[in-house]
Design a protein around this ligand. Structure first.
Ligand code: ZN
Ligand code: ZN
Length: 356
């Protein structure tokens, strides 16, 4: 499996005439060699690989790292990279420009004398864009855990409860069910706060008649889930119902349109056009969705500016919304995997307007 993943680097070796690629981004490292710790680098040549870490991680690396030679190095890791480059004649090494600070780049240039460093853009992260069977299983499992957790805490939503109480109950429930943590700071935005697409749970007290948008996800084995429901606490207004049904229809249309071969831009437009036709075009400012995996937001993005085309195995979110200043908002989100002829929805919390 890891060999298969690494073969995706072939294009980069060829296009940039590289002898090796140096990885410092922990998501890419985990993806390519299995290491789940929080410090280390991976150097991959056409036919071998070295994982470099300090003594804190040697035992963990011995357990987790596959298809790479483990080198414990101290005190300066880049010296070990330089030694390997010399020993194996690695004259052109690509690096992750999108994940490298200017300071780190200067240090690399200084230490790797005789090595030509080649900037590889964020398109290097595209090696992770199509998920393999093992990843789909992880993504499906974390999505299920997360959806069930939400369902279990819905009864906590009632007038008089703070938004942050809902977020806390949800996180606890996820941990209880085996999550290693939350995928991001949950959004719990009630009443007028619902107009903020990223309104993190605050100490605002939920009132009767409020719509409550809950955007949540769990983290398990490095993989994230992402899902949003908007529920009503007490009987919602006619306008709240109207907005919810528009967003829900746009969401359903989006999901129905997911298939290999559709461009992410066209997919975005399907849902956006629907919302626009209903008169709320100015109230949907963000993209329709994003890729998800070892990162909560990864490629491809689904927005009016996207250039990607969907392929089987990509995992994306579909999350249209309507946000009205001074009134509130609605967002509905599911995570789906692109299949041979459409998609399979991984998240499963009820998307109808629940009146609690
Ligand atoms: Zn979300
Ligand atoms: Zn999302």
């Amino acid at each position: 499996m890891l060999k298969n993943r690494r073969s995706r680097l072939k294009l980069f070796f060829e296009e940039y005439s590289l002898n090796a690629v140096l990885f410092t981004d922990l998501r890419n490292i985990r993806y390519l060699c299995g290491f789940s710790g929080t410090d280390g680098v991976l150097l991959v040549s056409q036919d071998r690989a070295w994982f470099l870490c300090d003594s804190r991680y040697t035992a963990q690396a011995a357990e987790e790292v596959q298809n790479a030679e483990i080198r414990e190095c101290a005190p300066i890791r880049i010296d070990t990279v330089a030694a390997l480059a010399q020993e194996y004649g690695l004259g052109r090494i690509g690096f992750e420009a999108a994940h490298t600070t200017v300071a780190a780049f200067r240090r690399m240039s200084e230490k790797l004398t005789g090595v030509e460093l080649v900037e590889l853009g964020s398109n290097l992260d595209e090696i992770r864009i199509c998920k393999d069977a093992a990843e789909l299983e992880q993504l499906s499992s974390v999505a299920t855990l997360s959806s069930l957790s939400l369902t279990a805490v819905l009864e906590n939503i009632k007038p008089g409860v703070r938004e942050v109480d809902i977020a806390l109950a949800l996180e606890l429930e996820m941990r209880r069910r085996g999550a290693e943590g939350k995928a991001f700071d949950f959004i719990v935005a009630s009443g007028e706060r619902g107009a903020m697409p990223h309104g993190r749970a605050s100490d605002k007290i939920i009132q009767s008649g409020d719509l409550v948008t809950i955007d949540f996800g769990a983290l398990k084995d490095g993989y994230h889930s992402d899902e949003t429901v908007t529920v009503a606490c007490g009987e919602p207004s006619v306008r709240a119902r109207e907005i919810h049904s528009i967003v829900r229809a746009a969401h359903d249309l989006g999901i129905e349109s997911v298939r290999p071969g559709i461009s992410c831009k066209d997919l975005d437009e399907v849902a956006r056009a629907y919302i626009r036709d209903k008169g709320y075009g100015d109230c949907f400012g963000h993209g329709l969705g994003h890729g998800i995996g070892l990162e909560i937001h990864e490629m491809p993005t689904v927005s009016p500016r996207s250039t990607a085309v969907l392929e089987e195995g990509m995992v994306i979110t579909i999350e249209p919304g309507i946000y009205i200043q001074g009134f509130g908002g609605v967002r509905i989100e599911d995570t789906v995997v692109v299949t041979g002829d459409g998609c399979r929805v991984l998240t499963s919390a009820d998307k109808q307007l629940l009146v609690l």
